[in-house]
Design a protein around this ligand. Structure first.
Ligand code: ADP
Length: 221
């Protein structure tokens, strides 16, 4: 299998952790930063570490990144540099460009100039931590996006004896039951008519807010 190749521009906490994680997973990683210390710190963990200005078109061209699989634009506070670098790597033909933004407006601009995906790590982590704090059970959830998660939920007393069809979780609460756990056995193809028994655990996907209420058993379904 051909190794995936990524370029990471900017080695703050975000860029560095993306670069080292991708490198540990076996990807070819080229990193660029203006700061020599940052380059030296990461040099033996990635394929190439280059001290250069990521907003310089000639430098980027010389690095030969046009056939890379993706670019990560992680220049922190330097918004103007992020915009320029996004335009330049897109012009070089990199198919997938992910940029880090600090605000909604910055995100919109980065998308306009070609970023395929924009992330707000601080905001996204804040949401995740708040969700975790609201409910102990939420620690068992797998976050699928900032809005949706998958989690295990022990059946509520009022569900016992009813079927998934009776509960209407999907139509009423937009909760999808993707499996039912009975002791050690997980049935990933639950039938709409099967009666729910005491002790069953439902594997569900839904909106974080709804899942939280459910985890705290505050909601009457
Ligand atoms: P974050 O907090 O988002 O992880 P930081 O602001 O701490 O990011 O770090 C941004 C990094 O980007 C710094 O290491 C800085 O040297 C680097 N950087 C900023 N502008 C450029 C540029 N034009 N070319 C290359 N690297 C840059």
């Amino acid at each position: 299998m051909v190794k995936k190749e990524f370029v990471v521009l900017g080695l703050g906490i975000f860029g560095k952790s993306v670069a080292t994680t991708l490198a540990e997973s076996g990807c070819e990683i080229l990193v660029v930063d203006l700061n020599e210390d940052k380059i030296n710190e990461i040099a033996d963990k990635v394929t190439y570490a280059v001290k250069a200005d990521a907003t310089d078109a000639d430098t980027l061209k010389t690095l030969g990144i046009s056939n890379f699989d993706g670019a990560i634009i992680a220049m922190g506070e330097s918004f103007e540099s992020s915009v320029m670098a996004t335009i330049l790597v897109k012009e070089l033909g990199i198919p997938y460009v992910l940029a880090k933004a600090n605000s909604e407006l910055h995100a919109r601009i980065l998308k306009r100039v070609g970023a395929d995906m924009v992330v707000f790590p601080e905001k996204e982590t804040g949401i995740k931590i708040a969700n975790n704090l609201m409910s102990d059970n939420f620690f068992d959830a797998i976050e699928l996006s900032s809005t949706f998660s998958m989690m295990d939920i022990e059946v509520l007393d009022e569900w016992i004896g009813k079927s998934l069809k009776d509960l209407k979780l999907r139509s009423t609460h937009k909760i999808n039951v993707i499996g039912i756990r009975k002791k050690e056995n997980l049935n990933i193809n639950p039938a709409a008519d099967d009666a729910i028994e005491k002790g069953d655990v439902l594997v569900i996907i839904g909106n974080n807010e709804t899942l939280n209420k459910l985890a705290n058993k505050k909601t009457q379904l």
